[in-house]
Design a protein. Structure first.
Length: 237
């Protein structure tokens, strides 16, 4: 129970009692010397050491239009990765990288509108380019931090690869690629592949969207082959 004292000019002090406990407390600030997401510093430093900017620069070829939508793909991709690591799950949420002292931590952070224009210029070929970047990045990352470590007891690693489909709910009839799936809700049908050992967490080694309502097996043969190839490269590092 909380007791709050509220000053009143004419009558002294009034006491108000609250018979509930607040479920959560949030704070908003925009001080140039403060930031709430300092954990991004080691995350993005590790991403840079593992070659994410270089891979994006070499392999992502988004056509530059009059609005320069495809310009500077590497820092735009890094901004998107940082935003998702900070908890953003929409384009507008990318503003989380522009508050407080974030500009002192990173060289360049793009506005959500710029990132949205960049992503809307993507075609399926660009998604496959991102797949290539992701698989090579995981291989590089494994050199800095073991992703699929061997057992301390045997020195060997039995790798488990799990492939499953899932439906990501959406709420707009105009959402590209969405359809009504087996759950009866409108969503995006996604294939996910994860790899893990007894002593590791699961890492995502493959992800792919399928259009509309489709069966679990559609496109799975090529997807599984790609996921196993990525896992093999990581495990051989």
């Amino acid at each position: 129970m909380f007791e709050v004292n509220i000053p009143v000019q004419e009558r002294g002090t009034s006491q108000v009692l609250f018979n509930h406990t607040p479920a959560s407390v949030s704070h908003s600030f925009d001080d140039a010397n403060l930031t709430a997401t300092t954990g991004l510093v080691p995350i993005m430093s590790l991403a840079q050491m593992a070659g994410l900017p270089d891979l994006a620069e070499d392999r992502l070829t988004v056509t530059t239009t009059g609005a320069d939508k495809g310009a500077n793909p590497a820092p735009k991709l890094a901004t998107l990765v940082a935003g998702m690591a900070a908890g953003a799950d929409s384009i507008d949420d990318m503003n989380i990288l522009r508050h407080g002292g974030m500009t002192h931590l990173f060289d360049r952070v793009y506005a959500p509108s710029t990132l949205g224009s960049f992503l809307r210029s993507f075609a399926f070929g660009h998604v496959r380019q991102l797949d290539a970047i992701s698989s090579r990045f995981l291989t590089n990352l494994n050199e800095h931090t073991p992703l699929l470590p061997a057992s301390e007891d045997t020195g060997q690693a039995m790798v488990f690869v799990d492939v499953d489909d899932t439906v990501i709910d959406v709420h707009s009839a105009s959402k590209q690629g969405a359809g009504f799936g087996y759950q009866g809700s409108r969503g995006l049908n996604t294939l996910l592949a994860t790899a893990s050992t007894r002593d590791s967490s699961q890492i995502i080694v493959g992800q792919r969207l399928r259009k509309g309502s489709t069966s679990s097996a559609r496109g799975a043969d090529k997807f599984v082959a790609d996921a196993l190839a990525t896992t093999t490269r990581i495990n051989s590092g």
